[in-house]
Write a protein that binds this ligand. Structure first.
Ligand SMILES: [Zn+2]
Length: 633
């Protein structure tokens, strides 16, 4: 009701942007390599005051992160005459104009300035010299108080010479370097980013199928564009596994947009009919990068069902100015994180052993987070809009967006309970079929509440699911919910053999991870922030002698530090009574910290519990028919 009141008060100058009289937006990406996106909009209007808004709450980011600071070069005209504009003094995303009498269209020129590199903020680069990702919200204005479903935009795009592109947005007409799209609602337009680049290729991920699935790869260099036949087989298997899991699709086609670049941070954003995936350039070249990032495409594509088709009521807002509520992100992101990784294993992108190692590392770091004593998991979801931007420094005390990884443990436990209660006849897969499947449809939104989750869980297997979830969401520990690992026949153990996931993470992220022994992570010396201590776990041996995040590690036992030297010192201290001496720089001061630790190296793994059934291996088994490895693709 509040919503309608806003509309009546502020829509005076807006005409309906209907199919008959749509808004138009023409974007020119020819200066993308200079980090400038140019746009021209033409909106149908009526004379009088008009307020236009720039998208603030970005779907998939669950936060008010619309990059308004980089909206530049604004110029409004009507009938060839300039129209003055002013910003609202309270709402920085709202711009006021007075549409002159007689005018029926308002023409707007604007530029979006993309950051050229990662600057620590949540606004990531949208371009590199060789590729770009156009998210239409970066160049968009629309009338305040309208519903994005009710607005029609006709979009067109001018590409840099020789660049190819991929998008799920239906194309009306295409000439060299110019693409005209079919009219679409503002919802669909914002939901359909475009990837474009000089080094570009398409891979068909469902040849012979009626529903097209395409992987569009744009890379900073030509050698990065070559997935192996086995990798293509795994990605095709992923498409088959997702259909086997959900039993229906809610898209007309699906486009995986994949930017391979070191100039954008690894990240992904989900959409109904596509996903905007970004990984380091070496995804198909470097096995450690592959291991670290191969679960991205499964995660983002699961969101088509869990997040876009089924969406928590608090995240299903009518436009991009209404605040989003993150309280059910443990379903939206958490169940996606669980199935993203399960499907990565089912598709063959990870081996079952690799899935185990990842689960062990996840369980271990969550189990060791003292932050849960003051902040429950529910608060990490409710405060998502704050925590996405939080630094790693202090994260084990602050907690971060833990509703991703901790929900893996919770949904795994739910999965094992369903299997136990139904004597193996049903599993969490049945919940997904009921909750996310149904009929094959185009993009569609079906909202849900916490109660709807509980009801459907009960339909699959009667159990006190409300209490089950509430206890885990409101728990202050001690420790993480590890019941699912135990129910599935495994237990978390530590030994001095490096965990495979941690090893790949160390190589890919240039960190040294001793959080389970001394209690800290540190940037490895080869990286740009070499020696910087990232986080120190409260209560750990390092914390108890005063080491803190932000300090610089300088030396171990009197010698300039390196990863091997540090590990060697930990190994030697196991059989000695001498403390480990770390010299650290804190601001302009140096200090030696003596850590009386003799526990040796400690890395997490899963160990089978004798006599218990191995449910975990059952969960990650291929469910769809095996897709053939292609000879050519
Ligand atoms: Zn996600």
């Amino acid at each position: 009701m509040i919503w309608l009141a806003i509309c009546v008060a502020s829509c005076a100058g807006a005409a309906a942007q209907t199919k008959e009289d749509p808004a138009r937006i023409a974007v020119d990406l020819r200066d993308a390599a200079r980090y400038e996106f140019h746009a021209q909009l033409s909106l149908p209007v009526k004379p009088g005051p008009l307020t236009l808004v720039y998208p603030k709450w970005i779907p998939g980011e669950h936060s008010p992160t619309g990059p308004i600071v980089d909206l530049t070069g604004l110029k409004f005209t009507a009938d060839g005459k300039e129209v003055a504009w002013s910003r609202d003094s309270v709402d920085m995303y709202a711009l006021h104009v007075e549409v002159p009498s007689g005018a029926t269209r308002l023409e707007i020129k604007l530029d979006y300035l993309s950051p050229s590199e990662t600057n620590g903020s949540r606004e990531h680069p949208s371009a590199t010299p060789k590729l770009a990702v156009l998210n239409w919200y970066t160049v968009m204005l629309y009338p305040q108080g309208t519903r994005s479903d009710d607005l029609t935009y006709v979009a067109s795009l001018r590409l840099p010479e020789g660049w190819k592109y991929g998008t799920a947005l239906p194309v009306a007409k295409e000439e060299t370097g110019e693409v005209d799209f079919e009219p679409a609602s503002l919802t669909t337009l914002i939901d359909s980013p475009v990837i474009t680049g000089q080094y570009f290729r398409d891979v068909d991920l469902a040849p012979g199928e009626k529903t097209k699935h395409t992987l569009h790869i744009a890379a900073d260099g030509p050698t990065a564009l070559e997935p192996s036949a086995t990798e293509v087989q795994h990605l095709r298997q992923l498409v088959a596994e997702e259909y086997a899991l959900f039993g229906a699709r809610h898209y007309r086609r699906y486009d995986f947009l994949l930017a391979l670049t070191d100039r954008m941070p690894p990240d992904g954003v989900e959409h109904h009919e596509s996903s905007d995936n970004r990984t380091p350039e070496g995804l198909f070249l470097d096995p450690d990068i592959r291991e670290m990032h191969m679960d991205l495409l499964p995660h983002e594509s699961v969101h088509s069902w869990n997040g876009k088709y089924r969406r928590p009521a608090g995240l299903a807002t009518p436009n991009y100015q209404e605040p989003m509520k993150g309280d059910l992100l443990w379903v939206y992101e958490g169940l996606t994180q669980y199935y993203g990784q399960v499907l990565t294993a089912r598709a063959g992108l990870w081996t079952p052993e690799r899935f185990h190692e990842n689960l062990a590392a996840t369980a271990a770091y969550l189990n060791d987070r003292p932050g849960r004593t003051w902040r429950d998991l529910q608060d990490t979801a409710t405060a998502a809009q704050l925590l996405y931007g939080a630094a790693e420094e202090g994260s084990s005390w602050r907690r971060g967006v833990d509703y991703y990884d901790e929900s893996i443990l919770i949904w795994l436990e739910a999965d094992t309970i369903i299997r136990r209660e139904t004597k193996g006849k049903k599993s969490l897969d049945d919940f997904c079929k009921k909750f996310h499947g149904g009929e094959n449809t185009g993009p569609k939104l079906v909202m849900y509440t916490f109660d709807d989750v509980v009801v459907t869980m009960n339909e699959v297997a009667p159990y006190d699911w409300r209490t089950f979830f509430e206890e885990r969401l409101k728990s202050h520990g001690p420790g993480a919910p590890l019941g699912g690992i135990e129910n599935s026949g495994w237990k978390l153990v530590f030994n001095d053999t490096m965990n495979d996931h941690e090893r790949a993470a160390e190589a890919a992220e240039l960190v040294v991870d001793e959080q389970f022994s001394l209690g800290f992570r540190v940037h490895s010396p080869g990286g740009p922030d070499g020696g910087e201590i990232l986080d120190v776990i409260p209560g750990s041996p390092a914390a108890s002698v005063g080491l803190a995040p932000g300090m610089q590690l300088v030396a171990v036992n009197g010698r300039k530090w390196g990863p091997e030297l540090l590990r060697d010192a930990i190994r030697r201290a196991k059989d000695s009574r001498e403390p480990i001496e770390l010299l650290a720089q804190n601001g302009d001061y140096f200090q030696t910290y003596r850590i009386d630790y003799h526990g040796g190296e400690r890395y997490p793994h899963l160990e089978a519990i004798g006599g218990k059934a191995d449910v975990l291996s059952e969960i990650v088994k291929r469910k769809a028919a095996e897709v053939a490895t292609p000879a050519k693709f």
